[in-house]
Write a protein that binds this ligand. Structure first.
Ligand code: ARG
Length: 586
């Protein structure tokens, strides 16, 4: 149990006592909320409704609770404050007890509660196109959420909703079939795959624009693809496979959880589209309007007040992005039994998801038990504050971006960690460089835009991945120096008084659970980043004022070793939940 939970239980007991008979039978007491606070160590509130039920003023009730609380060795001081708060200071021995209990638990004291299945739709690059920084954001944020929700006990299903279907394939497949010999190749690198795809795209586009005969054949190719013509499908498969070589290399470099099994692209839902449209029409959710099957919303209108529909089936009978998303939501709920679906997608698609979710609600697929949420993120900006592009105005190549980050990191690590041999230097540069990019993305509030600034990302000071990686490595270095003793020490000496910096560190360590709950509530990984940054700062302050290896006496030394250990484990767990490596040595 965390300190907060223990305190809440104690305060709850005192509250019930204080309310005494004033509490009408059958009415449970209010639920005191305990939070970390700058005044005292914790603050309890939530006494207002209890006071009302007890017919006392909140202040009066708070004073009664403060006077009657049984500290049980945990609470050192409890004072009423303000209109009905309690400021609580915990004892040093309780804090130390928490530290060693958490260290003795391989989940660091964080409970895993089973809620059910969550589908996370993330990454979602488009076949035969380059991944752009938006896909990078989705991949990084989605992956962190998959790790965090999984750690908290959720059964997570990762879905990479690849853009692998649609009319644009007509010209690509047609061109491939007509000029197949150029395409013959040995399996090569991602760079090669990508340039081959870019060339295919460019050439097919040029032929489409300049040669009406080709454009015609390309359109017929779309029909053949929809109809499942084997030769057309074979061409499509080749293009998909080629793209996956490239995506997988990006995933590999990034160190994300996504595998080929997670790739459930738009094409997967193609067979379900007609029945989804029929079902929506039968339920009266969708209506035919000017030949197209549409869903209307009173509150979604265009500039002249006309209602903007979500188009399920176009007047030519074709299905698009919206129909696919409706088939996907229906499949995820009906077949996979998801109780929650997260869409980690650019904020510019907010209206699309609002319409899709509302349609699914009207169809009864989403309801009070089953939720969908658009985990929206902002744009990555260049140094000029405009959407990130190369100087030539093209989209930035992800692989070169990541390589550049590793190169910057190599320079930083070479400078700072002269003791590393060449092999470890290289491995560390990868971990630091990739970590820097991921962390910078995760550390900013996801709904906002952020500036892609490699220099800041690999900076050793400030809220950066490498700062946290160094703090973690420092805990390991202290423990390495203490050798076998550090390995053996696990228990604390609860009788030893704590220094202010030790107290602050112990209290910070105690916040991991509440932080993860916050992240899981709001789907905001930056809260975990902020917490880890504060923890690293608390550790630095501790490290500067409380010598560990040269502690004044053996019990103090052992307590400090335990604090170092738990700090190291907490930083490592936190970094890994964000998808960053936590090397032991830097
Ligand atoms: N492939 C789309 C794009 O690049 C994003 C797909 C998002 N996911 C979804 N279920 N619609 O814009």
């Amino acid at each position: 149990m965390t300190t907060v939970a223990a305190l809440a239980a104690t305060i709850d007991r005192a509250l019930r006592d204080a309310m005494g008979r004033a509490l009408p039978a059958g009415l449970a007491g209010a639920d005191p909320q305990v939070r970390r606070s700058a005044r005292g160590d914790f603050q309890a509130n939530g006494l207002l409704s209890a006071a009302r039920q007890a017919g006392m003023s909140p202040r009066e009730l708070a004073e009664k609770v403060a006077a009657s609380v049984d500290g049980q060795g945990v609470i050192a001081a409890c004072e009423a404050s303000g209109p009905g708060f309690l400021n609580i200071t915990v004892t040093d021995s309780a804090l130390l007890g928490q530290v060693s209990a958490r260290l003795g638990d391989d989940r660091l004291g964080i409970p895993a509660s089973e809620h059910g299945i969550t589908v996370i739709d993330y990454s979602q690059p488009n076949i035969a196109k380059e991944m752009h920084v938006g896909h990078l954001r989705s991949t990084i944020i989605g992956d962190a959420l998959a790790r965090i929700l999984g750690f908290l006990g959720e059964e997570v299903i990762r879905h990479n909703h690849l853009g692998d279907w649609g009319t644009q394939f007509g010209m690509l497949i047609e061109y491939l079939i007509e000029h197949g010999e150029d395409w013959q190749h040995e399996a090569g690198s991602a760079e090669e795959s990508l340039s081959r795809l870019n060339r295919l795209y460019r050439d097919a586009r040029a032929a489409f624009d300049s040669d009406p005969g080709f454009a015609d054949r390309a359109r017929r190719r779309v029909v053949a693809l929809q109809a499942g013509d084997p030769r057309t499908l074979a061409g499509w498969r080749e293009i998909v496979a080629e793209s996956k070589v490239y995506f997988n290399e990006v995933y590999d470099k990034l160190g994300v959880l996504l595998t080929d099994e997670d790739a459930v692209g738009e094409s997967f839902y193609n067979p379900f589209l007609p029945e989804v449209a029929d079902e929506l029409e039968r339920l009266g959710v969708a209506q035919v309007d000017q030949g197209a099957l549409c869903v209307f919303f009173d509150d979604i209108t265009g500039p002249t007040g006309e209602r903007i529909p979500l188009i399920i089936r176009k007047s030519d009978g074709g299905f698009g992005y919206a129909a696919t998303d409706l088939a996907a939501i229906r499949y995820r709920i009906g077949t996979l039994h998801a109780r929650r679906i997260l869409y980690v997608v650019d904020i510019r698609q907010a209206l699309h998801f609002r319409m899709v979710f509302e349609t699914a609600r009207r169809a009864g697929w989403l309801n009070d038990q089953v939720h969908a949420y658009h985990v929206a993120f902002g744009t990555v900006l260049g140094p000029d504050g405009r959407p990130f592009k190369t100087r030539a105005g093209e989209t930035v190549r992800l692989i070169s971006l990541l390589d550049e980050a590793v190169e910057r990191a190599r320079a930083v690590v070479r400078e700072k960690s002269r003791h590393l041999d060449a092999g470890s230097l290289e491995a560390t540069a990868q971990q630091v460089g990739i970590g820097a990019v991921k962390y910078a993305d995760l550390a900013s509030n996801r709904a906002k835009d952020y500036v892609f600034d490699l220099d800041r990302m690999v900076s050793l000071t400030g809220n950066t991945g490498v700062y946290l990686q160094y703090a973690h490595a420092r805990t390991r270095s202290i423990l390495r120096k203490a050798g076998d003793e550090a390995a053996a020490v696990a228990r604390v000496h609860p009788g030893v008084a704590l220094d202010p910096a030790e107290r602050a560190l112990a209290l910070k360590l105690d916040e991991l659970g509440a932080t993860l709950d916050d992240v899981a509530q709001a789907y905001e990984p930056h809260r975990l980043c902020g917490y880890l940054f504060e923890l690293a700062q608390a550790f630095t302050a501790f490290f500067e004022s409380c010598p560990v290896l040269r502690a004044p006496d053996q019990p103090t030394r052992e307590n400090r070793l335990v604090l170092c250990k738990l700090t190291g484990e907490t930083l490592k767990t936190g970094l890994e939940l964000l998808g960053l490596a936590a090397p032991d040595q830097l």
